[in-house]
Design a protein around this ligand. Structure first.
Ligand code: NDP
Length: 446
Protein backbone atom coordinates (compact mmCIF):
# COMPACT_ATOMS: atom_id res chain seq x y z
CA UNK A 1 0.00 0.00 0.00
CA UNK A 2 1.20 3.45 -0.82
CA UNK A 3 -0.43 5.73 1.77
CA UNK A 4 -0.07 8.83 -0.40
CA UNK A 5 -1.72 7.22 -3.42
CA UNK A 6 -4.64 6.00 -1.34
CA UNK A 7 -5.03 9.41 0.32
CA UNK A 8 -4.93 11.20 -3.06
CA UNK A 9 -7.67 8.92 -4.37
CA UNK A 10 -9.79 9.48 -1.25
CA UNK A 11 -9.33 13.26 -1.43
CA UNK A 12 -10.52 13.19 -5.04
CA UNK A 13 -13.55 11.12 -4.06
CA UNK A 14 -14.45 13.08 -0.90
CA UNK A 15 -13.16 16.63 -1.43
CA UNK A 16 -13.33 18.93 1.58
CA UNK A 17 -13.99 16.22 4.17
CA UNK A 18 -10.95 17.29 6.14
CA UNK A 19 -11.64 15.66 9.52
CA UNK A 20 -12.45 12.32 7.86
CA UNK A 21 -9.31 12.48 5.69
CA UNK A 22 -7.21 13.42 8.75
CA UNK A 23 -8.50 10.39 10.71
CA UNK A 24 -7.93 7.99 7.79
CA UNK A 25 -4.42 9.35 7.21
CA UNK A 26 -3.46 8.79 10.85
CA UNK A 27 -4.61 5.17 10.77
CA UNK A 28 -3.02 4.36 7.40
CA UNK A 29 0.32 5.83 8.51
CA UNK A 30 0.29 3.41 11.45
CA UNK A 31 -0.85 0.25 9.69
CA UNK A 32 0.90 0.41 6.32
CA UNK A 33 3.83 -1.81 7.36
CA UNK A 34 1.55 -4.54 8.71
CA UNK A 35 -0.64 -4.23 5.64
CA UNK A 36 2.24 -4.42 3.19
CA UNK A 37 3.47 -7.63 4.81
CA UNK A 38 0.03 -9.27 4.47
CA UNK A 39 -0.83 -10.22 0.88
CA UNK A 40 -4.15 -11.65 2.09
CA UNK A 41 -5.24 -8.15 3.25
CA UNK A 42 -4.16 -6.65 -0.06
CA UNK A 43 -5.90 -9.30 -2.17
CA UNK A 44 -9.15 -8.68 -0.28
CA UNK A 45 -8.71 -4.88 -0.66
CA UNK A 46 -9.23 -4.44 3.09
CA UNK A 47 -8.07 -0.81 3.10
CA UNK A 48 -10.26 0.23 0.18
CA UNK A 49 -13.22 -1.40 1.92
CA UNK A 50 -12.57 -0.29 5.50
CA UNK A 51 -12.33 3.43 4.67
CA UNK A 52 -15.84 3.55 3.19
CA UNK A 53 -18.94 3.27 5.42
CA UNK A 54 -21.28 0.31 4.90
CA UNK A 55 -24.12 2.84 4.56
CA UNK A 56 -25.13 6.40 5.46
CA UNK A 57 -28.64 7.62 6.23
CA UNK A 58 -29.31 11.36 5.98
CA UNK A 59 -32.68 12.84 6.76
CA UNK A 60 -34.41 16.09 7.67
CA UNK A 61 -35.66 16.72 11.19
CA UNK A 62 -38.57 19.19 11.31
CA UNK A 63 -39.79 20.32 14.74
CA UNK A 64 -41.61 23.25 16.34
CA UNK A 65 -39.93 25.60 18.82
CA UNK A 66 -41.62 27.17 21.86
CA UNK A 67 -42.82 30.14 19.78
CA UNK A 68 -44.61 27.76 17.42
CA UNK A 69 -42.12 28.36 14.61
CA UNK A 70 -41.09 25.42 12.45
CA UNK A 71 -37.37 24.58 12.53
CA UNK A 72 -35.55 22.17 10.23
CA UNK A 73 -32.30 20.39 11.05
CA UNK A 74 -30.30 17.67 9.33
CA UNK A 75 -29.94 14.19 10.82
CA UNK A 76 -27.43 11.46 10.02
CA UNK A 77 -26.55 7.89 10.96
CA UNK A 78 -23.41 6.28 9.59
CA UNK A 79 -23.09 2.50 9.84
CA UNK A 80 -19.39 2.28 9.17
CA UNK A 81 -18.21 -1.26 9.74
CA UNK A 82 -20.09 -4.21 11.23
CA UNK A 83 -17.41 -6.92 10.95
CA UNK A 84 -17.10 -7.68 14.67
CA UNK A 85 -20.57 -6.82 15.99
CA UNK A 86 -23.63 -4.56 15.74
CA UNK A 87 -22.83 -0.97 14.78
CA UNK A 88 -22.11 1.04 17.93
CA UNK A 89 -21.31 4.71 18.40
CA UNK A 90 -22.75 7.92 19.74
CA UNK A 91 -25.05 10.64 18.46
CA UNK A 92 -23.68 14.18 18.44
CA UNK A 93 -25.98 17.23 18.51
CA UNK A 94 -23.91 20.33 17.73
CA UNK A 95 -24.16 23.08 15.07
CA UNK A 96 -20.76 22.06 13.64
CA UNK A 97 -21.97 18.54 12.77
CA UNK A 98 -21.52 17.59 9.14
CA UNK A 99 -20.74 14.44 7.16
CA UNK A 100 -16.96 14.84 7.43
CA UNK A 101 -17.05 15.07 11.24
CA UNK A 102 -19.38 12.10 11.58
CA UNK A 103 -17.34 10.02 9.12
CA UNK A 104 -14.16 10.75 11.10
CA UNK A 105 -15.90 9.77 14.33
CA UNK A 106 -17.42 6.63 12.79
CA UNK A 107 -14.09 5.56 11.30
CA UNK A 108 -12.28 6.03 14.64
CA UNK A 109 -15.06 4.13 16.36
CA UNK A 110 -14.32 0.95 14.36
CA UNK A 111 -10.86 0.60 15.88
CA UNK A 112 -11.83 1.88 19.32
CA UNK A 113 -14.61 -0.68 19.60
CA UNK A 114 -12.27 -3.44 18.43
CA UNK A 115 -9.81 -2.45 21.18
CA UNK A 116 -12.42 -2.82 23.92
CA UNK A 117 -12.30 -6.63 23.47
CA UNK A 118 -16.14 -6.56 23.15
CA UNK A 119 -18.06 -7.50 19.97
CA UNK A 120 -19.09 -4.09 18.59
CA UNK A 121 -18.83 -2.64 15.09
CA UNK A 122 -18.33 1.08 14.38
CA UNK A 123 -21.00 3.71 13.76
CA UNK A 124 -21.81 7.34 14.50
CA UNK A 125 -24.62 9.80 13.97
CA UNK A 126 -26.07 13.10 14.99
CA UNK A 127 -27.48 16.40 13.88
CA UNK A 128 -26.56 20.06 13.40
CA UNK A 129 -29.20 20.84 16.07
CA UNK A 130 -27.83 23.15 18.80
CA UNK A 131 -29.17 22.18 22.26
CA UNK A 132 -27.65 25.32 23.81
CA UNK A 133 -30.30 27.69 25.11
CA UNK A 134 -33.18 25.33 24.19
CA UNK A 135 -35.97 24.51 26.62
CA UNK A 136 -36.66 20.94 27.77
CA UNK A 137 -39.78 20.88 25.60
CA UNK A 138 -37.83 21.94 22.51
CA UNK A 139 -35.22 19.27 23.15
CA UNK A 140 -37.95 16.65 23.55
CA UNK A 141 -39.70 17.68 20.32
CA UNK A 142 -36.44 17.60 18.42
CA UNK A 143 -35.42 14.17 19.81
CA UNK A 144 -38.84 12.72 18.98
CA UNK A 145 -38.70 13.96 15.40
CA UNK A 146 -35.12 12.68 15.03
CA UNK A 147 -36.13 9.19 16.21
CA UNK A 148 -39.17 9.11 13.95
CA UNK A 149 -36.76 8.78 11.04
CA UNK A 150 -33.94 6.81 12.71
CA UNK A 151 -35.84 4.05 14.44
CA UNK A 152 -36.26 1.66 11.51
CA UNK A 153 -32.48 1.53 10.96
CA UNK A 154 -31.47 0.62 14.52
CA UNK A 155 -32.06 -2.28 16.90
CA UNK A 156 -30.34 -4.13 19.78
CA UNK A 157 -28.62 -6.56 17.36
CA UNK A 158 -28.27 -4.12 14.46
CA UNK A 159 -27.12 -0.69 15.55
CA UNK A 160 -27.01 0.69 19.10
CA UNK A 161 -26.52 4.49 19.34
CA UNK A 162 -25.39 6.30 22.51
CA UNK A 163 -24.59 9.87 23.59
CA UNK A 164 -21.79 12.21 22.55
CA UNK A 165 -21.45 16.00 22.55
CA UNK A 166 -24.87 17.52 23.24
CA UNK A 167 -26.48 14.14 23.91
CA UNK A 168 -26.61 13.10 27.58
CA UNK A 169 -29.05 11.21 29.79
CA UNK A 170 -31.98 13.55 29.09
CA UNK A 171 -31.70 13.29 25.30
CA UNK A 172 -31.22 9.50 25.45
CA UNK A 173 -34.45 9.38 27.52
CA UNK A 174 -36.49 11.29 24.92
CA UNK A 175 -34.97 9.30 22.05
CA UNK A 176 -35.63 6.00 23.79
CA UNK A 177 -39.20 6.92 24.66
CA UNK A 178 -40.00 7.57 21.01
CA UNK A 179 -38.20 4.41 19.85
CA UNK A 180 -40.17 2.32 22.33
CA UNK A 181 -43.46 3.82 21.13
CA UNK A 182 -42.66 3.12 17.48
CA UNK A 183 -41.06 -0.32 17.83
CA UNK A 184 -43.39 -1.43 20.60
CA UNK A 185 -40.59 -3.13 22.45
CA UNK A 186 -38.37 -2.41 25.46
CA UNK A 187 -34.90 -3.45 24.31
CA UNK A 188 -31.33 -2.29 24.76
CA UNK A 189 -31.41 -0.23 21.57
CA UNK A 190 -29.67 2.80 23.06
CA UNK A 191 -27.00 2.98 25.76
CA UNK A 192 -26.57 5.67 28.38
CA UNK A 193 -30.13 4.94 29.56
CA UNK A 194 -31.39 5.90 33.02
CA UNK A 195 -30.48 3.47 35.81
CA UNK A 196 -34.07 2.56 36.55
CA UNK A 197 -34.95 1.71 32.92
CA UNK A 198 -32.07 -0.41 31.68
CA UNK A 199 -29.01 1.81 32.05
CA UNK A 200 -25.72 0.69 33.54
CA UNK A 201 -24.30 2.09 36.73
CA UNK A 202 -21.04 3.93 36.04
CA UNK A 203 -21.87 4.72 32.38
CA UNK A 204 -21.92 8.52 32.89
CA UNK A 205 -18.46 8.59 34.45
CA UNK A 206 -16.96 5.71 32.44
CA UNK A 207 -15.23 7.67 29.65
CA UNK A 208 -13.48 10.08 32.01
CA UNK A 209 -12.65 7.41 34.60
CA UNK A 210 -11.36 5.14 31.83
CA UNK A 211 -9.15 7.92 30.51
CA UNK A 212 -7.58 8.31 33.95
CA UNK A 213 -7.19 4.51 34.38
CA UNK A 214 -5.38 4.40 31.05
CA UNK A 215 -3.12 7.30 32.09
CA UNK A 216 -2.40 5.49 35.37
CA UNK A 217 -1.12 2.53 33.34
CA UNK A 218 1.06 4.80 31.23
CA UNK A 219 2.46 6.53 34.32
CA UNK A 220 3.19 3.16 35.92
CA UNK A 221 5.55 2.31 33.03
CA UNK A 222 7.69 5.19 34.36
CA UNK A 223 7.19 4.35 38.03
CA UNK A 224 4.88 7.38 38.40
CA UNK A 225 1.30 7.95 39.59
CA UNK A 226 -1.35 10.74 39.74
CA UNK A 227 -0.53 11.56 43.35
CA UNK A 228 0.66 15.16 43.69
CA UNK A 229 0.52 15.90 39.95
CA UNK A 230 -1.06 19.00 38.44
CA UNK A 231 -3.55 18.27 35.67
CA UNK A 232 -5.05 20.52 32.97
CA UNK A 233 -8.45 19.35 31.75
CA UNK A 234 -10.34 20.96 28.86
CA UNK A 235 -14.12 21.08 28.47
CA UNK A 236 -16.52 20.36 31.25
CA UNK A 237 -18.91 17.90 29.72
CA UNK A 238 -19.51 14.27 30.37
CA UNK A 239 -15.91 13.18 29.71
CA UNK A 240 -14.11 16.08 31.40
CA UNK A 241 -16.24 15.76 34.53
CA UNK A 242 -15.39 12.07 35.03
CA UNK A 243 -11.70 12.64 34.32
CA UNK A 244 -11.53 15.58 36.75
CA UNK A 245 -13.32 13.62 39.48
CA UNK A 246 -11.16 10.48 39.17
CA UNK A 247 -7.86 12.39 38.90
CA UNK A 248 -8.82 14.34 42.03
CA UNK A 249 -9.71 11.10 43.87
CA UNK A 250 -6.25 9.76 42.99
CA UNK A 251 -4.56 12.73 44.65
CA UNK A 252 -3.96 15.01 41.66
CA UNK A 253 -4.78 18.71 41.48
CA UNK A 254 -7.05 19.56 38.52
CA UNK A 255 -6.20 23.18 37.75
CA UNK A 256 -8.36 23.93 34.72
CA UNK A 257 -11.59 23.34 32.92
CA UNK A 258 -12.76 25.10 29.77
CA UNK A 259 -15.54 25.91 27.37
CA UNK A 260 -15.72 27.37 23.89
CA UNK A 261 -15.58 30.82 25.54
CA UNK A 262 -12.20 30.30 27.28
CA UNK A 263 -10.63 28.47 30.21
CA UNK A 264 -10.70 28.80 33.97
CA UNK A 265 -7.53 28.49 36.01
CA UNK A 266 -8.04 27.10 39.50
CA UNK A 267 -4.50 27.15 40.97
CA UNK A 268 -5.38 25.16 44.11
CA UNK A 269 -7.40 22.59 42.19
CA UNK A 270 -11.09 21.76 41.80
CA UNK A 271 -12.98 20.88 44.97
CA UNK A 272 -16.06 18.68 45.29
CA UNK A 273 -18.24 21.78 45.81
CA UNK A 274 -16.92 23.29 42.62
CA UNK A 275 -17.56 20.10 40.68
CA UNK A 276 -21.15 20.02 41.99
CA UNK A 277 -21.67 23.65 40.99
CA UNK A 278 -20.26 22.95 37.53
CA UNK A 279 -22.70 20.09 37.08
CA UNK A 280 -25.55 22.47 37.96
CA UNK A 281 -24.33 24.99 35.39
CA UNK A 282 -24.01 22.25 32.80
CA UNK A 283 -27.62 21.22 33.29
CA UNK A 284 -28.66 24.81 32.47
CA UNK A 285 -27.65 24.39 28.77
CA UNK A 286 -25.56 27.56 28.84
CA UNK A 287 -21.83 28.45 28.81
CA UNK A 288 -20.16 27.49 32.06
CA UNK A 289 -16.65 28.95 32.18
CA UNK A 290 -17.46 32.64 32.73
CA UNK A 291 -20.32 32.06 35.25
CA UNK A 292 -18.10 29.68 37.24
CA UNK A 293 -15.35 32.31 37.57
CA UNK A 294 -17.98 34.80 38.80
CA UNK A 295 -19.10 32.37 41.53
CA UNK A 296 -15.51 31.65 42.68
CA UNK A 297 -13.71 35.00 42.15
CA UNK A 298 -10.99 34.33 44.78
CA UNK A 299 -10.22 30.76 43.78
CA UNK A 300 -10.31 31.05 40.00
CA UNK A 301 -9.49 33.26 37.02
CA UNK A 302 -11.25 33.19 33.66
CA UNK A 303 -9.11 33.62 30.54
CA UNK A 304 -11.55 34.42 27.71
CA UNK A 305 -10.70 33.04 24.28
CA UNK A 306 -7.73 31.05 25.60
CA UNK A 307 -6.92 27.37 26.06
CA UNK A 308 -5.50 25.70 29.18
CA UNK A 309 -2.45 24.29 27.35
CA UNK A 310 -0.46 27.43 28.25
CA UNK A 311 -0.45 26.33 31.92
CA UNK A 312 2.56 24.63 33.54
CA UNK A 313 1.20 21.17 34.33
CA UNK A 314 2.44 17.58 34.65
CA UNK A 315 -0.51 16.03 32.82
CA UNK A 316 -2.91 17.29 30.13
CA UNK A 317 -6.27 15.64 29.50
CA UNK A 318 -8.00 17.20 26.45
CA UNK A 319 -11.66 16.26 26.89
CA UNK A 320 -13.63 18.82 24.83
CA UNK A 321 -13.59 18.40 21.06
CA UNK A 322 -11.58 17.59 17.91
CA UNK A 323 -8.48 19.63 16.97
CA UNK A 324 -8.53 21.68 20.19
CA UNK A 325 -4.78 21.17 20.78
CA UNK A 326 -2.50 22.28 17.93
CA UNK A 327 1.25 22.24 17.33
CA UNK A 328 1.81 25.52 19.19
CA UNK A 329 -0.15 24.25 22.20
CA UNK A 330 1.79 20.97 22.15
CA UNK A 331 5.11 22.80 22.12
CA UNK A 332 4.02 24.91 25.12
CA UNK A 333 3.04 21.81 27.07
CA UNK A 334 6.36 20.10 26.29
CA UNK A 335 8.40 23.24 27.09
CA UNK A 336 6.59 23.49 30.44
CA UNK A 337 7.58 19.94 31.39
CA UNK A 338 4.30 18.11 30.76
CA UNK A 339 4.99 14.35 30.92
CA UNK A 340 1.67 12.89 29.73
CA UNK A 341 -1.15 13.83 27.36
CA UNK A 342 -4.16 11.51 27.54
CA UNK A 343 -6.91 12.18 25.02
CA UNK A 344 -10.41 12.01 26.50
CA UNK A 345 -12.05 13.62 23.46
CA UNK A 346 -11.94 12.18 19.95
CA UNK A 347 -8.96 13.47 17.94
CA UNK A 348 -8.41 16.59 20.10
CA UNK A 349 -4.75 16.80 19.04
CA UNK A 350 -3.81 17.81 15.51
CA UNK A 351 -1.32 15.65 13.58
CA UNK A 352 1.33 18.34 14.14
CA UNK A 353 0.74 18.21 17.91
CA UNK A 354 1.06 14.42 17.95
CA UNK A 355 4.36 14.62 16.05
CA UNK A 356 5.69 17.00 18.72
CA UNK A 357 4.66 14.65 21.55
CA UNK A 358 6.30 11.71 19.79
CA UNK A 359 9.46 13.63 18.92
CA UNK A 360 9.84 14.61 22.58
CA UNK A 361 9.02 11.06 23.72
CA UNK A 362 6.39 12.09 26.21
CA UNK A 363 3.58 9.67 27.11
CA UNK A 364 0.74 10.26 24.65
CA UNK A 365 -2.46 8.23 24.24
CA UNK A 366 -4.89 8.66 21.32
CA UNK A 367 -8.59 8.93 22.14
CA UNK A 368 -9.44 5.69 20.41
CA UNK A 369 -7.47 3.92 23.16
CA UNK A 370 -7.84 6.13 26.21
CA UNK A 371 -11.48 7.17 25.80
CA UNK A 372 -12.68 3.66 24.91
CA UNK A 373 -13.98 3.20 28.46
CA UNK A 374 -17.22 4.94 27.47
CA UNK A 375 -18.14 2.62 24.66
CA UNK A 376 -16.77 -0.35 26.62
CA UNK A 377 -19.24 0.43 29.41
CA UNK A 378 -21.96 0.86 26.80
CA UNK A 379 -21.02 -2.67 25.72
CA UNK A 380 -21.43 -3.75 29.34
CA UNK A 381 -24.85 -2.04 29.37
CA UNK A 382 -25.81 -4.12 26.29
CA UNK A 383 -24.66 -7.28 28.09
CA UNK A 384 -26.75 -6.43 31.15
CA UNK A 385 -29.79 -5.71 28.95
CA UNK A 386 -29.40 -9.10 27.24
CA UNK A 387 -29.06 -10.80 30.62
CA UNK A 388 -32.06 -8.83 32.02
CA UNK A 389 -29.79 -8.12 34.97
CA UNK A 390 -27.82 -5.24 36.57
CA UNK A 391 -24.33 -5.36 37.91
CA UNK A 392 -23.26 -3.24 40.91
CA UNK A 393 -21.21 -0.09 40.39
CA UNK A 394 -18.20 -1.93 41.77
CA UNK A 395 -18.63 -4.83 39.33
CA UNK A 396 -18.89 -2.46 36.35
CA UNK A 397 -15.96 -0.35 37.56
CA UNK A 398 -13.79 -3.47 37.95
CA UNK A 399 -14.64 -4.62 34.43
CA UNK A 400 -13.94 -1.12 33.07
CA UNK A 401 -10.61 -1.05 34.88
CA UNK A 402 -9.65 -4.44 33.44
CA UNK A 403 -10.63 -3.41 29.91
CA UNK A 404 -8.51 -0.24 30.11
CA UNK A 405 -5.55 -2.32 31.29
CA UNK A 406 -6.07 -4.75 28.40
CA UNK A 407 -6.21 -1.89 25.90
CA UNK A 408 -2.99 -0.52 27.39
CA UNK A 409 -1.33 -3.93 27.04
CA UNK A 410 -2.44 -4.21 23.40
CA UNK A 411 -0.95 -0.77 22.67
CA UNK A 412 2.34 -1.75 24.31
CA UNK A 413 2.41 -5.03 22.36
CA UNK A 414 2.00 -3.40 18.95
CA UNK A 415 3.47 0.05 19.64
CA UNK A 416 6.80 -0.49 21.41
CA UNK A 417 9.65 0.89 19.31
CA UNK A 418 13.28 -0.28 19.15
CA UNK A 419 14.40 2.16 21.87
CA UNK A 420 11.59 1.05 24.23
CA UNK A 421 9.38 4.14 23.66
CA UNK A 422 5.73 3.16 23.35
CA UNK A 423 4.00 4.78 20.38
CA UNK A 424 0.42 4.37 21.61
CA UNK A 425 -1.03 5.74 18.34
CA UNK A 426 0.66 3.03 16.33
CA UNK A 427 -0.12 0.38 18.94
CA UNK A 428 -3.82 1.23 19.09
CA UNK A 429 -4.23 1.52 15.33
CA UNK A 430 -2.51 -1.78 14.56
CA UNK A 431 -4.24 -3.74 17.35
CA UNK A 432 -7.68 -2.47 16.28
CA UNK A 433 -7.01 -2.82 12.57
CA UNK A 434 -5.73 -6.42 12.67
CA UNK A 435 -8.80 -7.56 14.62
CA UNK A 436 -11.27 -5.98 12.19
CA UNK A 437 -9.29 -6.92 9.06
CA UNK A 438 -9.14 -10.57 10.12
CA UNK A 439 -12.90 -10.60 10.75
CA UNK A 440 -13.48 -9.09 7.31
CA UNK A 441 -11.28 -11.78 5.73
CA UNK A 442 -13.22 -14.53 7.52
CA UNK A 443 -16.55 -13.16 6.27
CA UNK A 444 -15.69 -12.82 2.57
CA UNK A 445 -16.26 -9.97 0.14
CA UNK A 446 -19.52 -8.39 1.30
P1 NDP B 1 -20.31 17.20 26.23
O1 NDP B 1 -21.20 17.92 25.29
O2 NDP B 1 -20.84 16.61 27.46
O3 NDP B 1 -19.10 18.17 26.63
C1 NDP B 1 -18.28 18.83 25.72
C2 NDP B 1 -17.56 19.91 26.51
O4 NDP B 1 -16.59 20.56 25.71
C3 NDP B 1 -18.51 21.00 26.98
O5 NDP B 1 -18.05 21.45 28.24
C4 NDP B 1 -18.35 22.07 25.92
O6 NDP B 1 -18.68 23.35 26.38
C5 NDP B 1 -16.87 21.95 25.67
N1 NDP B 1 -16.47 22.46 24.37
C6 NDP B 1 -17.10 22.31 23.18
N2 NDP B 1 -16.39 22.90 22.21
C7 NDP B 1 -15.31 23.44 22.81
C8 NDP B 1 -14.21 24.18 22.35
N3 NDP B 1 -14.08 24.50 21.06
N4 NDP B 1 -13.27 24.55 23.25
C9 NDP B 1 -13.38 24.23 24.55
N5 NDP B 1 -14.42 23.53 25.05
C10 NDP B 1 -15.35 23.16 24.19
O7 NDP B 1 -19.55 16.09 25.36
P2 NDP B 1 -18.76 14.83 25.86
O8 NDP B 1 -18.06 15.13 27.12
O9 NDP B 1 -19.65 13.67 25.77
O10 NDP B 1 -17.70 14.67 24.68
C11 NDP B 1 -16.45 15.35 24.67
C12 NDP B 1 -15.52 14.65 23.71
O11 NDP B 1 -15.33 13.29 24.12
C13 NDP B 1 -15.99 14.57 22.25
O12 NDP B 1 -14.86 14.59 21.41
C14 NDP B 1 -16.64 13.19 22.20
O13 NDP B 1 -16.69 12.68 20.88
C15 NDP B 1 -15.66 12.41 23.06
N6 NDP B 1 -16.18 11.17 23.62
C16 NDP B 1 -17.31 11.15 24.40
C17 NDP B 1 -17.73 9.96 24.96
C18 NDP B 1 -18.87 9.92 25.92
O14 NDP B 1 -19.04 8.87 26.57
N7 NDP B 1 -19.64 10.97 26.08
C19 NDP B 1 -17.05 8.70 24.67
C20 NDP B 1 -15.83 8.84 23.92
C21 NDP B 1 -15.46 10.03 23.40
P3 NDP B 1 -20.17 23.89 26.14
O15 NDP B 1 -21.09 22.86 26.74
O16 NDP B 1 -20.16 25.18 26.85
O17 NDP B 1 -20.34 23.98 24.66
Amino acid sequence: MNVNEIMNALEAKHPGEKEYLQAVHEVLESVHEVYNESPQYQDAKIIERIVEPDRILTFKVPWKDDKGEVQVNLGYRIQFNGAIGPYKGGLRFHPSVNLSILKFLGFEQIFKNALTTLPMGGGKGGSDFNPKGKSDAEIMHFCQSFMLELWSLIGPDTDVPAGDIGVGGREIGYLYGMYKKLAKEHTGVLTGKGNNWGGSLMRPEATGYGNVYFAQEMLATKGESFKGKTVAVSGFGNVAWGAAEKATQLGAKVVSISGPDGYIHIPDGLTKDMIDYLLELRASNNDIAAPFAEEYPDESTFYPGKKPWELKVDIALPCATQNELNGKDAQMLVDNGCMLVGEGANMPSTEEAIDIFHKNKILFSPGKASNAGGVATSGLEMSQNSLRYSWTAEEVDNKLHRIMKDIHDACVKYGTEADGYVNYVKGANIAGFVKVADAMLDQGII
